[in-house]
Write a protein that binds this ligand. Structure first.
Ligand code: NAD
Ligand code: UD1
Length: 340
């Protein structure tokens, strides 16, 4: 298949491009590099020993979108391009609504004009807000007023936008993939997550403590109703997540309309379990201190991934150890990310 990957130079996008090339697809990446580097794509092409087409462009730029669709007849689009920093979305809501909502609507117009009818969209477990019961299934309620930040609201709003778009165009197909907590890196250590500034998410923070860039981890809350009092999440290896996208493309090719899948492992790990596992993987104990809860955080969140297994034939193969070992390989070999 000819696949257009928006945001393909980023963390999940680069791993998905590699998976696409390795499974025989042709890939064009459209990315404005606002949170990534072209170096990731050079490394992807090296790892796959295949070519990847890169177009530097912005989904807010309709002309640039039109051009990329005019150059190649794509079979499908995987849409990663998005701003994603939760804290920043609170201080810059308009930037988030503009980039994520307007950008996605622009992309849909461009697809429609070019007759490209298959779209995979990066959604998030954040759409479930405060879970009423665990594990979360795709039928668990999603409530806009319970999503705690503008970034998360863009994801839930876009799920509605894309469903409405498909209803009006019944021959279009949309896969809404709700990621749980993507972590780790490709086993080569060549590509991985390269956050700007001080990381907000747990694993990048812990790896920067292990590599000596940060002194200690602040554990956000030790009094949650969880086995050890710290937050529990469903961490998923980014390479497993990437594989889910390729299988979602196959599903769209069956003309399935709108489908929604949780991509998680079904296992929840606490912050302290992550600290221990990463310490073992890196051989560096992770100093930490329990501090106040982070506003907006929930106690626990993990997936029921059964639907993705039965309908896509997808399930996570890599466990916590691989997530930490592969994440550490990337971090220790590239202490300054792609700018090394
Ligand atoms: P990332 O920031 O590494 O990748 C996003 C890419 O989109 C970047 O390369 C960035 O340069 C590009 N981009 C942003 N705005 C753009 C625009 N206007 N035009 C063109 N390119 C643009 O993020 P990621 O972690 O790889 O996430 C990929 C997708 O998955 C995002 O949609 C994100 O919201 C979603 N998601 C991520 C997580 C996570 O924990 N990483 C969890 C759930 C959902
Ligand atoms: C966060 C986002 C969510 C986004 C997801 C992507 C918030 C409120 N939510 O979710 O919208 O979809 O990332 O992966 O930011 N923790 C610490 N210390 C730290 C960092 C995190 O103790 O320095 C804890 C958190 O309290 C949480 C766990 O680690 O219990 C995971 O945190 P994080 O990696 O930020 O992910 P989420 O909170 O699940």
């Amino acid at each position: 298949m000819n696949v257009l990957v928006t945001g393909g130079a980023g963390y999940i996008g680069s791993h998905t491009c590699l998976e696409l090339l390795n499974t025989g697809h042709s890939v064009t990446v459209f990315d404005n590099l606002s949170n990534s580097s072209e170096e990731s794509l050079r490394r992807v092409a090296d790892l796959a020993q295949k070519e990847i087409v890169f177009v530097k462009g912005d989904i807010l730029d309709n002309e640039a979108l039109e051009q990329v669709f005019a150059q190649t007849q794509f079979d499908s689009v995987i849409h990663f391009a998005s701003l994603k920093a939760v804290g920043e979305s609170v201080s810059k809501p308009l930037e988030y609504y503009h980039n994520n909502l307007t950008g996605t609507v622009n992309l849909c117009y461009a697809m429609q004009n070019a007759g490209v009818k298959n779209l995979v969209f990066s959604s998030s477990a954040t759409v479930y807000g405060l879970p009423k019961s665990l594990p979360l299934t795709e039928a668990s309620p999603t409530m806009i007023h319970e999503v705690t930040n503008p970034y998360g609201r863009t994801k839930l709003m876009l799920e509605f936008v894309l469903r409405d778009w498909q209803t009006a165009n019944p021959n279009f197909n949309v896969a809404l993939l709700r990621y749980f907590n993507p972590v780790g890196a490709h086993e080569s250590g060549q590509i991985g997550e390269d956050p700007n500034g001080i990381p907000n998410n747990l694993l990048p923070y812990v790896s920067q403590v292990a590599v000596g860039k940060l002194d200690q981890l602040g554990v956000f809350g030790g009094d949650y109703e969880t086995p050890d009092g710290t937050g529990v999440r469903d961490y998923i290896h980014v390479v497993d997540l990437a594989a889910g996208h390729v299988l979602a493309l196959n599903k769209l090719a069956t003309n399935c309309g709108v489908v929604t899948y949780n991509l998680g492992t079904g296992n929840g790990y606490s912050v302290l379990e992550i600290v221990k596992a990463f310490g073992e993987a890196s051989g560096k104990p992770i100093p930490y201190k329990v501090v106040d809860r982070r506003p907006g955080d929930i106690a626990a969140c993990y997936a029921d991934p059964a639907l993705a297994k039965s309908e896509l034939g997808w399930e996570a193969k890599r466990g916590l150890k691989e997530m930490c070992v592969d994440g550490w390989r990337w971090q220790s070999q590239n202490p300054n990310g792609f700018n090394a």
